[in-house]
Design a protein around this ligand. Sequence first.
Ligand code: BGC
Length: 245
Amino acid sequence: MKALGIDIGGSAIKGAPVDTTTGNLLAERHRIEVDKDMPPVVMARVIGQIAQHFKWRGPIGIGFPGAIEGTTIRTSANLHPKFVDCDGAKLFGRATGCRVAMINDAAAAGVAEMHCGAGRGFMGKTLLLTLGTGVGTCLAYQGVVVPLEMGHLPWRGGKSAEKFVAASVREKKDLSWHEWGGRLRDYIGVMENLLWPELIIIGGGVSAKHDKFFKYIKPRARLKPAEFLNQAGIAGAAMWAVEAK
Ligand code: BGC
């Protein structure tokens, strides 16, 4: 099966056709820079351009950085507030002329990693974190991926934890790997006490540099970098397009 996977992020939208059995990208991904204040109607046009780029006429899966209920977006912490309560299947379906399935971006990464990546074949409890503009989280158990919003765990003074531990915070505040790694260790420690994962998978672009910060995390669980790196969102969203019921 083939589907078009699209990953909506804070600075770019990326898409590619995907073989949904292997998670392999079937063409070079197409990336369009966006700005985080782009309203939904404008972003829908960009999604339309991505589908057009591949002359796509088939199922589309879209990973969005927010809580999703069915196909409706319920939160938009790092994108335009007008996304809240938007039906993504309708909005992006109209823009592309295709059937669209919606999934949280971190859950999409979880689907790709559990089916074909770092969690392949593992049935125990797995926590996946994506570290980027925000912090995305999901749990997987016995092959089922459950989206979470643990990036918004109240942290130091009640702000969302992602404001302290996202990869974007390390860059913005120019934190050393040691300092940022220490923040991650504290955050992941709390999550371990609440969720007791046996395996933790770290995704997002920064996972390519895992040798710089994994040594500071020291979790109880086994720790692995995501195999799809930052393409997990595209691959998993496409898989979701053929899996979603
Ligand atoms: C959003 C999550 C998303 C994460 C990573 C958070 O701010 O609330 O839904 O998975 O960022 O993009």
